[in-house]
Ligand binder design. Structure first.
Ligand code: AVI
Length: 325
């Protein structure tokens, strides 16, 4: 692959992301928290791919089924534009969109953005072979870096897309500042396509995050192994249990690591010693579940007007196409 096919947005981003200040802050707080980005070392990313295929984990499958049915309609509404994907991963579902755009335009631009260089490079190489008429260029960096980069390199009309309900892993404040940055990056007439997991009964949600094969348990606990490796820690993963509960008042799944025995943990390279009480929990992730009407209002507040929404037959997952005014 030529170097021009991949732009590294900040050569220091790995170090910046991993200076561990967020870990120190989270483990010193009451209650304790850890940022969900620490799920995704190589093994964690593999576990997440497995989660996406679990029978109980409906979001990936459901979103793909909506895209399969409506990608042509989405392409017909926006027409040919620069396609930009935040958190593209392996770009598997994206191919449903690329197929649709290929039908309406001879030549299209696709910019996948991800923090994981390996997976990004592989998918750019694969997609360049599969879509030789597309101009495909990967951007390696965080969402924030990518949005700032795109803000100052404006070329043509755009559709930015953020799928998989990754928005659900942001707190309301983070979500708000994300939308502000998106609104700054896009120009009037540009599009935003959002994939959001919708509110539904507690038993379906809790089953999706407490799967019978315990892959989600391994995914959650792997965060501690990742911290051990990255910060020379001595977490004993046998002293914690995975727990995922649906907080109905907040409409969010909360994933915890539940401490089974009082003990100290040392993270040498952070110069941090932390005491865990038996019964104490670390919050590792929230996964918010949305309401389509509320989300449309929120987007409207950011000057983005909803053109159309699509859901599956059960109304479990939604896609929102909005346009900057
Ligand atoms: C990446 N994100 C949208 C997933 C979710 O459903 O919130 C992460 C996940 N955590 C446990 N299972 C999946």
């Amino acid at each position: 692959m030529s170097l021009q096919s991949l732009t590294v947005l900040d050569h220091h981003y790995q170090e910046l992301r991993n200076d561990g200040q967020d870990v120190i802050q989270g483990l010193s707080a009451t209650p304790k928290t850890l940022p969900p980005k620490y799920f995704y070392d190589d093994y964690g990313s593999q576990l997440f791919e497995k989660i996406c295929e679990l029978p109980e984990y409906y979001p990936t499958r459901t979103e793909a089924s909506i895209l399969k049915q409506y990608a042509d309609e989405i392409a017909a509404i926006t027409g040919c534009c620069e396609l930009i994907e935040l958190g593209s991963g392996s770009s598997t579902k994206t191919q449903l969109l690329l197929d649709a755009y290929q039908k309406i335009a001879d030549c299209c631009t696709y910019l996948p953005i991800d923090v994981s260089g390996g997976i990004l490079k592989d998918s750019v190489v694969h997609l360049q072979k599969k879509y030789p008429d597309f101009s495909i260029h990967g951007l390696l960096g965080t969402y924030e870096q990518a949005l700032v980069h795109l803000e100052t390199n404006y070329l043509q009309s755009r559709m930015l897309f953020f799928l998989g309900s990754s928005l659900g892993n942001f707190t309301p404040a983070e979500c708000d500042s994300f939308f502000n940055q998106v609104a700054r990056t896009l120009q009037p007439g540009d599009y935003l396509l959002l994939g959001v997991d919708l509110q539904k009964p507690k038993d379906i949600l809790e089953a999706a995050y407490n799967d019978s094969q315990q892959i989600t348990d391994a995914f959650n606990l792997n965060m501690l192994s990742h911290l051990n490796w990255r910060f020379h820690g001595d977490f004993d993963i046998n002293l914690f249990r995975h727990q995922a509960i649906y907080n109905e008042a907040e409409h969010q799944i909360e994933m915890y690591l539940h401490c089974q025995k009082s003990h100290w943990v040392n993270l040498k390279s952070l110069d941090l010693e932390v005491f865990f009480e038996v019964g104490e929990r670390i919050l590792t992730e929230i996964s918010r579940k949305f309401n389509l009407v509320t989300m449309q209002k929120q987007l409207e507040g950011k000057n983005m007007k909803t053109l159309k929404t699509w859901t599956d037959d059960q109304g479990w997952f939604g896609l929102i196409l909005s346009q900057v005014q």
